[in-house]
Ligand binder design. Structure first.
Ligand code: HAM
Length: 414
């Protein structure tokens, strides 16, 4: 037997209603926030992620699914949604549309990670990207969209942590301070940290190695190095969040794992999921469009991992069930049931009948398994009278209904 690749998962028929609920909720939130869907390819030129996500990130250095296609091009399966959307924004001249341009996507992503609970090699994101506004209100709106989404999914107890990692100007000062602080400890720190020390010292804060954590824990905090503009921006984001009644904490250790961020960064973290508790992460990326060859366009967004939302306890309605199971006692009655059931279906009523040639007893058993709200079995006398006894499964009450009235009966007994 050929098994599923490591780090991937099937969504089986009995789970798919949960996925549909998450996706429908995402689309509903998108409508409320006036976001339009954008769909970009699952694969892009590798260079997009090298330049967009950043050459010192774990995602790019260790986790990309990169291959050469038959034309000799280096292609990568998208490890995240933002870079592709940014590429599309530039390529399609969307900076000329009415700004801010507010988009969303639901997409599979691919990262070659060590699989564990909440961490997969193929996973799915619902993401929002907003282009064109540098206002702190835009940051708060995007954070509020994420908050609304989690709330509508019934996820309780996700805490919001925010930080500002400043702009180019304050980052230069901060990087200097980080270098001064880490330099004496480099001999005791991992090879990746040593490499990041030269290329991108901010990334060191993100190191998960136990031996490095004792140094990163006491590293200088970015918030003390913010320039006046970034400081003001961050304060305004916080007052907007307070106005929206969203609880948050400022956590200066949130630097995010991707290089394009500037100013506000944030995460919603659940205590239910274990070590992979970050349900959703995002932030501002005011330099990305320019970095990828577009104009100077500020932007902000987030993405939530759908698999993690499921682990965090999405409370969805039960799986959909047929309104009625209509069985038949013999071949002629079964044909009548088949005809009625398919008539109901073409009028939008979920209905089920026998396709297995089951005995009456087995049909009742199967009807029960389907969870149908009503059941009826047609036999010779029902064919003669043109009506049948429909039983409501929740309380056993029966109703005598003419075949021609079954649609109205079900439509009125929702
Ligand atoms: P990210 O933090 O790398 O950000 O991923 C966002 C979310 O995707 C995570 O919070 C997590 O829920 C989920 N996720 C990430 N990796 C995995 C994995 N291996 N298995 C399962 N779930 C995973 C981004 O991707 C940015 N593009 C977000 C963004 C949009 N920033 C601005 N706009």
């Amino acid at each position: 037997m050929i098994s599923i690749p490591k780090g991937t998962k099937d969504v089986l028929p009995e789970q798919s209603h949960l996925w549909q609920f998450i996706e429908d909720t995402a689309r509903g939130v998108a409508v409320s926030f006036n976001l339009r869907e954008i769909r970009t390819p699952v694969f892009e030129h590798t260079e997009l992620f090298l330049r967009g996500v950043g050459e010192t990130t774990d995602v790019v250095t260790k986790e990309m699914y990169t291959f050469e296609d038959k034309g000799g091009r280096s292609i990568t399966l998208k490890p995240e949604g933002t870079a592709g959307v940014a590429r599309s924004f530039i390529e399609n001249g969307l900076q000329n549309s009415a700004l801010p341009l507010k988009s969303y996507y639901i997409t599979p992503c691919y990262r070659y990670e060590r699989p564990q609970k909440g961490r997969l090699r193929e996973f799915h994101q619902f993401g929002i990207e907003m282009f064109g506004s540098a206002q702190p209100e835009a940051d708060a709106e995007v954070i509020f969209a994420a908050h609304t989404f989690l709330d509508k999914l019934g996820i309780k107890g996700a805490r919001l942590e925010i930080n500002s990692i400043g702009c180019k100007t304050c980052r230069a000062e901060y990087n200097k301070a980080l270098k001064e602080y880490f330099r004496p400890h480099l001999g005791e720190m991992c090879a990746t940290c040593n490499e990041r020390f030269e290329k991108n010292p901010l990334r060191i804060i993100d190191c998960k190695e136990e031996g490095c954590k004792k140094f990163t824990a006491n590293a200088p905090e970015i918030l003390y190095y913010l320039c006046p503009d970034c400081k003001r921006h961050f304060e305004k984001v916080q007052s907007c969040l307070k106005a929206l009644n969203i609880k948050f904490t400022v956590n200066s250790n949130i630097v995010r794992g991707l290089d394009y961020y500037t100013r506000t960064v944030f995460e919603f973290v659940s205590t239910e999921v274990g070590t992979q508790g970050t349900l959703c992460g995002g932030g501002r990326y005011d330099g990305l469009i320019e970095e990828l060859g577009g104009g100077s366009v500020p932007a902000i967004g987030f993405a939530a991992g759908l698999e993690r939302l499921l682990l965090a306890g999405v409370t969805a309605l039960d799986a959909p069930v047929p309104e009625i199971y209509l069985g038949g006692m013999d071949e002629i009655s079964r044909l009548k049931a088949f005809e009625i059931v398919n008539g109901l279906r073409s009028n939008g009523i979920a209905a089920e009948c026998d396709l297995m040639g089951r005995s009456v007893k087995a049909q009742f058993k199967y009807a029960d398994k389907t969870g149908a709200r009503f059941t009826a079995i047609i036999g010779g006398s029902e064919l003669e009278s043109g009506e049948c006894n429909i039983k409501r499964m929740s309380d056993g009450k029966t109703y005598s209904v003419a075949f021609s009235d079954i649609y109205n009966f079900l439509a009125n007994n929702k």
